[in-house]
Write a protein that binds this ligand. Structure first.
Ligand SMILES: Nc1ncnc2c1ncn2[C@@H]1O[C@H](COP(=O)(O)OP(=O)(O)OP(=O)(O)O)[C@@H](O)[C@H]1O
Length: 262
C-alpha cells in the first residue's frame, strides 16, 4: 500500500455463494424431473470498493443479508474475494464470529496464549498483558476450564479482551456488542472509545443504530451487496431506520408491497 494514510483498501470486491436447493437425493430427483435448477449462484457482494484511512471508525450498515459480515470477513482475510482485492496496513484483529479464534477444548488460559499468538502477540507480550486480559474478561475461576463450558457472554468477554489487548492497528468487530451483559457492553464501548481516540482504525458491524452513531463517524450503507451510501454516520443510520420501517410495512401488508413494487 503506497499511501501511508490508508488503513484498508477494498477494491471492486465481488463475492458469490452457491445456493443449493436440494439437500436429499429424493429432492434432487424431483427438481431434476421438474426441470428446476439444483443450485444457483448468488452475489453477496457486487464490486464493492471502500477506502478507510488510519484513525477512521467506520460502520458497515444495512438490512439482514446485505453483505456486511461477508465484507468484514473478506477484509479480515478469513474469506477470499472472487474478484477484486483487499489491502490492510498493520496488525489486524477481528471479532468476526462468536467464538472465532477461541478453541473450545482449550482452557481460557490456554486460549489467551493461542489466540494471542494468532493475533500476532509473542509469548512475552502475552505474558505481560495476561493479568490485564483476564481482569478485563472477568472470567474469574473459569480461567482454567475449557471454554466450551463458558456461557456465550463469558466466551465473548474473553475473545474481546484478548483481541483488544493485541492493540491492533485495525480492529474489525461484528455484532460482538449484542452478546453479554449490559455492564460488559458498557466496558467494551468505553474501551472502543479509547481505542478510537488513540487514532487507530475500526470497522464495526452492529444492528444498533444508536450505538453505531456513538462509535463511528462514517457509515457505509450496503444494500443487496452494493454500496448505497458512504459518508457521515447519521445519514447511514437514518437510512437503516428508514429501510427497516419500509420492510416492516411491506411485511405487515404484503399485497401493498407487491403493488408498490410494480
Ligand atoms: N457461506 C455462505 N454460503 C452461502 N450464502 C452465504 C454464506 N455467507 C453468507 N451468505 C449469504 O450472503 C448474503 C449476505 O450475508 P451476510 O452475512 O454478509 O449479510 P449481513 O448483512 O451481515 O446480514 P446480517 O445482518 O443478517 O448478519 C446473505 O444472503 C447470506 O445468506
Amino acid at each position: 500500500m503506497d499511501e501511508p494514510r490508508r488503513a484498508v483498501v477494498v477494491d471492486a470486491v465481488t463475492k458469490r455463494f452457491t445456493l443449493r436447493h436440494a439437500r436429499s437425493i429424493k429432492n434432487m430427483t424431483l427438481r431434476t424431473l421438474h426441470g428446476k435448477r439444483l443450485r444457483d449462484r448468488f452475489t453477496a457482494l457486487d464490486a464493492v470498493s471502500v477506502t478507510i484511512d488510519v484513525g477512521e471508525a467506520v460502520a458497515l450498515v444495512g438490512l439482514n443479508g446485505s453483505g456486511k459480515s461477508t465484507l468484514l470477513k473478506i477484509i479480515s482475510g478469513v474469506m477470499p474475494p472472487d474478484e477484486g482485492s483487499v489491502r490492510v496496513r498493520g496488525r489486524i484483529a477481528g471479532l468476526i464470529e462468536v467464538g472465532a479464534g477461541l478453541h473450545p477444548d482449550l482452557t481460557g488460559r490456554e486460549n489467551v496464549f493461542l489466540n494471542g499468538a494468532i493475533l500476532g502477540m509473542d509469548r512475552e507480550e502475552t505474558l505481560r498483558k495476561f493479568d490485564s486480559i483476564v481482569e478485563f474478561a472477568d472470567i474469574g475461576r473459569f480461567l482454567d476450564q475449557p471454554v466450551r463450558f463458558y456461557s456465550s457472554g463469558m466466551f465473548m468477554r474473553l475473545a474481546f479482551s484478548i483481541a483488544v489487548h493485541t492493540d491492533p492497528d485495525v480492529f474489525l468487530i461484528d455484532e460482538v456488542l449484542a452478546v453479554g451483559d449490559p455492564l460488559f457492553r458498557r466496558k467494551c464501548i468505553e474501551r472502543l472509545h479509547e481505542y478510537r481516540d488513540s487514532g487507530r482504525t475500526m470497522v464495526v458491524v452492529a444492528h444498533d443504530a444508536n450505538l453505531l452513531r456513538q462509535l463511528c463517524t462514517r457509515g457505509v450503507f450496503l444494500e443487496d451487496g452494493r454500496v448505497r451510501w458512504d459518508g457521515d454516520i447519521d445519514t447511514a443510520a437514518d437510512m437503516l431506520l428508514k429501510k427497516r420501517q419500509e420492510r416492516r410495512r411491506a411485511e405487515a401488508n404484503p399485497s401493498g408491497a407487491v403493488e408498490a413494487g410494480r
